[in-house]
Design a protein around this ligand. Structure first.
Ligand code: Q46
Ligand code: ZN
Length: 297
C-alpha cells in the first residue's frame, strides 16, 4: 500500500531482499554462490541484488546462464545476461544445452512424443535446469545456488500443489533447501518480491533484460489462469499475495513438512554420477531418449 518515489522504491526492494536472506539464515558462512541468470527481469534483479549482498557479506558469486536453444528467445536472453555480468564484472559460465548435451528445448518440443517423453515441455525444462545448476555448483565447489523464483511463482506453487493434492510437493515449497548428498543448497531470495516489483526494479535502474516471453510459456494455461486470478485478487486486497505466501512458508509449511516429508535415500546415477533416487537419473534418461531420436532423424 506504499506510494514510493523511484529512489525509495529501489531502497525498499533491496531492504526486503536482505531481510529475506537474513531471515532464512541461508547465506551465512558461504564462500561461493551460483546465481542462476536467464536474462529476464527476475534473474537480472536477483543478480544485481546478490552482487550487492555478496560484497557486504564477503562471498563470491558466479553467474550461470543456460542456453536452452529456444530460438530467438534464447539468443536474446543469453545476450542480456552477459551484458549484466559485464556491467558488474561478475565471473560467469554459459552452458549451451545443444553443444554440451546434444539436444535443445526446441528439439524436445519437436520430438518429445517420438522420444516417449510424456511430461510437458516446461516440466522437462525444469529438470534440465535443476540438473545443470547442481552440476555446475558441484563442479566448482559452490555452497549454494540462488534462483529468481518470485512471489508470484511461490503463490502459484502453493495453489497448484493444493489443487492437485500433491501434499509432499506442497510441503517441500520453501525459500531455503539445505544441501544433502551431492545436492547443493538452494535459495529463493525473491520469494517475497512480486514480478511486478522486479519489472519496476529493472526499469527504474535501467538494467538490460529480455522483455520477451518464452514461446512455450503459453502452453501453461493453468499457470496463466492462476496468475491472472491472483493479480485480480491482489488489486482488490493489496498485500494478499505476500500475506498468503508468508503465512504458508512460515507457519504452515514447517508443520506439514515434518508430517509428510520423509528423507529419500539418494545414490549416484550409474551414468553421470549425479544424485538420484533411482539407478539412472531423470536427466540421463532424457538425454538417452533424445539421443536415439535425433540420431535416427
Ligand atoms: S524457459 Fe523452460 Fe520456462 Fe520456456 S520452456 Fe517453459 S520452463 S516457459 S521459465
Ligand atoms: Zn545421470
Amino acid at each position: 500500500r506504499l506510494s514510493l518515489c523511484p529512489e525509495h522504491f529501489i531502497e525498499f526492494i533491496e531492504k526486503r531482499f536482505k531481510k529475506t536472506i537474513h531471515k532464512v539464515k541461508a547465506l551465512r558462512e558461504v564462500n561461493k554462490v551460483v546465481v542462476a541468470v536467464s536474462g529476464g527481469k527476475d534473474s537480472v534483479t536477483l543478480l544485481h541484488l546478490m552482487h550487492k549482498v555478496s560484497k557486504e557479506l564477503g562471498f563470491k558469486i558466479i553467474g550461470l546462464t543456460i542456453d536452452l536453444g529456444i530460438g530467438e528467445y534464447s539468443i536474446k536472453s543469453v545476450n542480456k545476461a552477459i551484458k549484466n555480468y559485464e556491467m558488474l564484472g561478475t565471473s560467469y559460465e554459459i552452458v549451451d544445452l545443444k553443444k554440451e548435451y546434444g539436444f535443445s528445448i526446441d528439439d524436445i518440443a519437436r520430438y518429445r512424443k517420438r522420444a516417449g517423453i510424456r511430461k510437458p515441455i516446461c516440466s522437462v525444462c525444469g529438470t534440465i535446469k535443476r540438473y545443470i545448476m547442481n552440476k555446475l555448483a558441484l563442479d566448482i565447489g559452490a555452497d549454494a545456488i540462488v534462483t529468481g523464483h518470485n512471489l508470484d511463482d511461490i503463490v502459484y506453487y502453493i495453489f497448484s500443489t493444493l489443487y492437485t493434492g500433491r501434499i509432499k510437493d506442497l510441503a517441500k515449497i520453501s525459500i531455503y533447501t539445505p544441501s544433502k548428498y551431492k545436492l547443493v543448497a538452494k535459495v529463493k531470495p525473491l520469494a517475497y518480491i512480486s514480478e511486478k516489483e522486479t519489472l519496476l526494479y529493472v526499469l527504474l535502474r535501467r538494467l538490460p533484460f529480455n522483455y520477451g516471453v518464452c514461446p512455450y510459456a503459453k502452453l501453461r494455461t493453468f499457470h496463466e489462469q492462476i496468475r491472472k486470478t491472483s493479480n485480480m485478487l491482489e488489486e482488490k486486497i493489496p498485500g494478499l499475495k505476500i500475506t498468503y505466501a508468508k503465512m504458508f512458508l512460515e507457519k504452515i509449511n514447517p508443520i506439514i513438512y515434518s508430517h509428510y516429508v520423509r528423507e529419500e535415500k539418494l545414490k549416484e546415477c550409474k551414468v553421470c554420477g549425479m544424485p538420484t533416487t533411482s539407478e539412472i537419473c531423470g536427466f540421463c534418461k532424457l538425454r538417452s531418449a533424445m539421443g536415439k531420436v535425433l540420431k535416427n532423424d
